[in-house]
Structures are given as C-alpha cells and as structure tokens.
Design a protein around this ligand. Structure first.
Ligand SMILES: [Zn+2]
Length: 495
C-alpha cells in the first residue's frame, strides 16, 4: 500500500539527510499516533472543471427527433462538466456532457487522450451524456449528420475538462444525500382505454401501451417513476464549494426553439445551483461546478398526462424545473455532513450482449415498405422503422458494453450505456449493498433503449425494433452484473 504524507505532515519539514532508517521509523510511529495521514489514509483530494463544447461552426444538425433540425446559434452554452476524485489509492473521473447521446467510439477516444494527459486510468473514467434533445449529432443518424468539426470540439472539451479538473485537485471533503422531488417526473407509457391503441410503424396493433398518448384516452401508467434526486457535494478542506453532482431520472424538459442548441434543464440547473451555492462568485478559486446527470429516465418525462398544462414560452418550463430542483437540492446540501476521511473504489466490466435479429417476415415487410411510393398507404413512421429494421439486420450478432460501479464512501454510482427504464434504476437502488446508490444512463456509449422483459411484452415505442437493439433480457443481465460490481466495490457487510 502506498504511503503518503499530507502537506501538513511535519515529516516533510525534515531534510532527507537527517532521516536515517531508524529515526524515520521512530518518527513515523510517533506521527501515526498523532493521526498524521499515513499508509492508505492519504488525504482525500477533489477538483472540478468545465470544458466548452458549444459548436463553433454553423449550422449543426440536432439529434433527438425524426425530422431534420438545423441550428444556427447557441441559446446557451453546451458544457462537459468534470469531477476528479482521489483518495490516494483510487483516482477517478466523472464527466457529464451536454449531448443527447454519444457513441462508445467517441467516449473511448476522449478517455484515451485524457488518460495520456493525466495518468487517470481509462477504466477509472465514467463519461455520460445528459440527453438534452437540443445538441448537435455526435454520430450519423437519418435526420442528422455529425460534422467532423463538431466532433473535434466535443472531444477537446471533454478532455480539457478532465485535464483542468485534475490540475485543480486540492485537499477536500465530500458528503452525499437525497431528496424526493416527485412533481416533475411522469411515466410516459400508458395503458389505454378502448380505442387508444393505434397501429405501430410495422402496421401491427399488438402494442398494449402507448408513449406520450392523448390524455383523453389514458387509463393507467405502464411503469413507475423514480422521484429521487441524489446529491454528492464536494468542498475544499477549508469549506469553499468545489462541485455538486446531482442525479435525477427525467428524460429532459424541452421547450427549446429548434433553431439553436441548448443544454436544456441540465445546463440551467448547473447555473442555478452555482448562483445559490457560490453566490459571491469564485473569489480567485477554481470556479464552482454544478452538475445534473441523468438517472434512469427512458420511460419518464416532464408531461403531466392527467393534467396537461397549456403551452409555455420557450425555456419557461426548463427554468422552472431547474429552479425547483436547485432550491430543494441546496436545502439538502446545506445539511450534508462533509467528511475528509473517505475511501473511493471503482470497478468496470464489459458485458457481451446479443443484438436482436429481425425475422424473415420483418425483413420482407421492411423492404416492401421502403419501396412503396405512396406513403399514405403506410403506417406512421413506417419507412423510418423499415430503415431501422435493415440497420439492425446488418449489425454484428453481439456487442460488448461497458458497465461500471463507483463507491464514494457509502454512496454508490453505477453506469449503463442505454436510455434506461425507471424500474431498472429502482431495482438497482433496492438491491445495492451500499446505503445509497444511483445510476447514470447514456454512459460510456449509446445502446438505445433498455426496457425490461416485462415492458418488451407490453410493446410501445421504446421496445420497437430499432429503438431497442439489445436482446430482450438485456436488462436482467445488466442489473445482475451491476449488483456484482457494487458488491465488488462495497466494503464487507455494508448496508
Ligand atoms: Zn430521448
């Protein structure tokens, strides 16, 4: 085990020529009795920083809808927000990026460059997209091509954030807590009253649930929501705010005019929490960094289906949600006990999962739909999903995905590279050996929606072939592996 002396340790003040082995041992014994930071109890350090990933060349094409959306400006900046934590034994980085989704190949590239620059191991980096639907494409999709110029901005910004956070490392203390904020999350999949189910893009009426349905025909939601906001708060040893990492299971808010990029409520939360926690500015210190990460929100959005509100002005709802969350998070953060003596652990595993395989009938239908010249004879989105069916057929049979577990004291964080259903996050929270755990979705890659086998049987948008590409029991395997990883990072007998 590595022995580290804290900057305050008096052993540092002695010239090395005076330190004979015997004298050194005697001093060490005395100092360890005096609670100097020795042998595995190295000083906890933290640093945070923001990298700018706002496009510099226009137009860019936004991802996250079926139609083409060119954008000519930024309504607000896009950022990569990084946190580097080091307990002397484990050094890790967490980066939350204002993007709708980022494929594994880009995250891998950013990790390789950042690792070379900082020495932080690639498998000690968790990188996740927020899922703002107003960000430039980071991979080619039918409605948006990724530009090489933007990919460079994106990778540079992520790397810069980690490098700066690493050089901002300072002795620190950390604490964690939670608060339930149920009012902004609604399950968007609904069982419908008779007449409420319409043909899906494959021409079938076998779906038992419908995403974002008209309120007049809704019966009951098809799944739960996770109302919890998880909070990790970090301060300098002297008490100055360094960063606050929050996690909430809300897909995004929206209400952004289509002509520009925006970080949605995630960026607004970061701004609001900074105004509340560091109201007097940064006073010559590294800037405080607020971070809102996405939890398990694949089937959860901000629409109150039982009581829909009339249309709002652009950004009004995202600012309202961000403000409400920031207010409640600050109240908890003020009561959190921040500790200097904490340990970190992180484990990563690659899990091999099969891709779904279209049947002969599904492929034949897709080809038929694609050559149909009269679109009015086809179901809604038929050609888009015919294209996706062919795309899935051309995928390799299986793929390795990255799963991670982090432990900060007795707070756990796991990562999944999909848009994850809320019930999966809730099951991980319940099964975790740690006192509190949360999940970051869209992390280290993008493998589309992750419904449970039960939700696959119910059908609906998130389960359609192409929207979902992983084998139908992928969520069971992922949950099982993550609980294994949590047991790996948990000290014996936790919880
Ligand atoms: Zn989405």
């Amino acid at each position: 085990m590595q022995t580290r002396l804290s900057p305050q340790c008096p052993l540092r003040l002695l010239p090395s020529s005076l330190l004979t082995p015997a004298l050194s041992m005697a001093i060490t014994l005395v100092l360890s009795m005096a609670a100097c930071h020795i042998a595995g109890a190295a000083e906890f350090r933290a640093g945070a920083a923001v990298g700018d990933i706002t496009p510099t060349k226009w137009p860019v094409f936004l991802v996250g809808s079926f139609g083409e959306r060119p954008a000519e400006k930024a309504w607000d900046p896009l950022s990569a927000r990084a946190l580097v934590l080091d307990d002397g034994t484990t050094k890790l980085a967490i980066v939350v990026v204002d993007s709708c989704l980022i494929p594994r190949v880009l995250f891998d590239e950013a990790k390789a460059i950042a690792s070379k620059a900082t020495g932080i191991r690639r498998d000690r980096m968790l990188m996740a997209a927020t899922h703002t639907h107003s960000a430039p494409a980071s991979l080619d999709v039918p409605a948006a091509k990724a530009s090489d110029d933007y990919l460079e901005v994106l990778i540079d910004g992520i790397v810069e954030a980690i490098k700066q956070a690493n050089s901002n490392l300072e002795p620190a203390k950390i604490g964690w807590g939670q608060v339930d904020v149920p009012e902004h999350v609604h399950n968007r999949r609904w069982h419908m009253k008779p007449g409420g189910i319409i043909a899906n893009p494959f021409g079938e009426t076998t779906d038992q649930v419908r995403m974002n349905p008209p309120s007049s025909l809704i019966d009951r939601p098809a799944g739960p929501v996770d109302p919890q906001v998880s909070i990790v708060s970090i301060r300098s040893k002297a008490g100055a705010p360094i960063a606050l990492l929050a996690n909430y299971s809300l897909h995004y808010v929206g209400g952004v005019p289509p002509a520009g990029v925006s970080a949605d409520y995630f960026g607004e939360f970061a701004k609001q929490i900074k105004q509340q926690i560091a109201p007097k500015g940064d006073r010559g210190r590294p800037p405080f960094v607020g971070i809102m990460s996405n939890g398990t929100s694949g089937d959860v959005n901000n629409i109150n289906f039982r009581n829909r509100e009339p249309g709002k002005k652009p950004f009004e709802q995202s600012r309202y949600v961000a403000r409400s969350l920031a207010d409640q998070v600050v109240q908890v953060a003020q009561r959190i006990e921040h500790r200097e003596e904490i340990s970190l652990a992180m484990a990563q595993r690659e899990l091999l999962l099969n891709h779904r395989v279209p049947t002969v009938e599904q492929l034949a239908r897709a080809r038929r739909f694609l050559v149909e010249t009269d679109d009015s004879t086809l179901p809604r989105l038929a050609k888009a999903y015919a294209g996706r069916t062919i795309e899935v057929a051309n995928m390799p049979p299986s793929e390795k995905i990255i799963l991670q577990a982090i432990r900060i004291g007795d707070q756990g964080i796991v990562s999944i590279p999909c848009e994850v259903f809320a019930e999966i996050g809730l099951a991980i929270k319940a099964g975790s050996p740690l006192k509190a755990t949360f999940t970051m979705e869209l992390a280290n890659g993008w493998n589309r929606y992750l419904p449970t086998p039960r939700q696959h049987r119910l059908g609906g948008y998130e389960t359609w072939l192409g929207t979902s590409i992983l084998e139908l029991n992928a969520s069971d395997k992922i949950e099982h592996s993550l609980l294994d990883l949590l047991r790996e990072v948990a000290p014996n007998g936790t919880k």
